[in-house]
Ligand binder design. Structure first.
Ligand code: SF4
Ligand code: SF4
Length: 331
């Protein structure tokens, strides 16, 4: 059983499986995509273009999964292609995870951080809350997220309210953003300085990804529409993420990567099975073997995965910039 002290311990544990030599006995963190819906309709998100029926994970199935995860001590994450705070059982879900002494991380767009939700989050003592942003300016945020200035201001005031009401160190509050060529990249430092006033860390994680929209979601004109150039594809890449990642989808489907949106990466369904059993199934092993030897084209999600693309001379990693309230700055 894992005995993580901080959420970072879980990520460090995951790195030990990233060389491809071994597979975790049980994933150090388990991601839940609790629903397939969001209250925003961002231009760069495939949730916006999904035609599937809206569905939420049943509370019974959720509790079944958490019950099993509690035997292993994995970190639980509510992220995925959705807004987790829209989940119909979000209050119960947060308190159930914490009642099992598991660490919890939620990524949200920040718009639904009402006073009630802030109280639930603070009372729960969950470990980490990430606010996902877009771009380096108010204008880009509103354009890409298709919202008005009032919505932008509401997100900012929600984050400030959470930060000001927090009395201890939980949750750790982090703001992350991605950028496009539309952004003024010289604003990077100002962006970090501006938002660091009401979060613990600000991170610019890289370029916003559009390839999946072009190739899998009928948006082949998105480059011209947004005036963004296409990135270059990198060959000869290997990926060992399926050695340590597990994604639980709203219907009980289990996937071996938190970015999975295609059925071909489904390892099984835990409605009538256990997470552990599916994790060690021959289907899971097959998916891992194919991806770790670099046959990415075999899976739709992998074929358009952001790790396979780079933005020309700028490069993706150059954009990694972060600063935290201790004053540490990394780039
Ligand atoms: S807020 Fe996040 S999940 Fe919602 S549409 Fe935008 S990118 Fe997608
Ligand atoms: S989608 Fe990307 S990160 Fe996930 S398994 Fe495939 S190549 Fe790896």
């Amino acid at each position: 059983m894992y005995k993580f002290q901080t959420f970072n311990d879980a990520y460090l544990e995951s790195r030990t499986y990233n060389k491809g030599e071994k597979v975790a006995g049980f994933p150090p963190y388990v991601t839940f995509e609790l629903l397939n819906n969001c209250n925003f309709q961002c231009l760069m998100c495939h949730t916006t273009y999904l035609e599937a029926e809206k569905q939420h994970l049943s509370l019974d199935l959720f509790k079944k999964a958490i019950g099993e995860i509690s035997h292993y001590g994995s970190l639980v994450r509510f992220i995925g292609y959705c807004e987790p705070l829209l989940y119909s059982h979000i209050e119960e879900a947060i308190s159930y995870v914490k009642s099992k002494n598991l660490m919890l991380h939620i990524t949200t767009n920040g718009s639904l951080l009402t006073e009630r939700m802030i109280k639930i989050i603070l009372d729960s003592q969950m470990e980490c809350l990430i606010i996902s942003f877009q771009g380096l300016s108010q204008e880009e945020f509103c354009f890409m997220r298709k919202v008005n200035l009032k919505s932008y201001n509401k997100v900012i005031s929600n984050i400030k309210s959470l930060y000001n009401q927090r009395t201890g160190s939980k949750p750790f509050i982090k703001l992350t953003t991605t950028v496009t060529e539309r952004d003024n990249l010289s604003r990077k430092d100002d962006f970090i300085k501006e938002h660091l006033q009401y979060v613990d860390e600000v991170q610019i994680t890289g370029f916003t990804h559009f390839v999946h929209l072009d190739q899998c979601f009928h948006n082949d004109n998105i480059w011209e529409r947004l005036k963004i150039s296409k990135p270059d594809k990198i060959d000869n890449l290997f990926c060992h993420v399926p050695n340590y990642e597990m994604l639980v989808k709203r219907d009980g489907g289990l996937y071996c990567c938190c970015g999975a949106f295609s059925e071909d990466m489904c390892m099984g369904n835990f409605n009538n099975d256990s997470l552990h059993h599916i994790w060690h199934s021959s289907k899971a092993e097959h998916i891992r073997n194919v991806i770790s030897r670099g046959d990415m084209e075999n899976f739709i999600t992998c074929s358009v995965c952001p790790i396979r693309y780079v933005y020309g001379e700028i490069g993706n990693t150059v954009m990694n910039a972060r600063k935290d309230t201790t004053g540490k700055y990394q780039q």
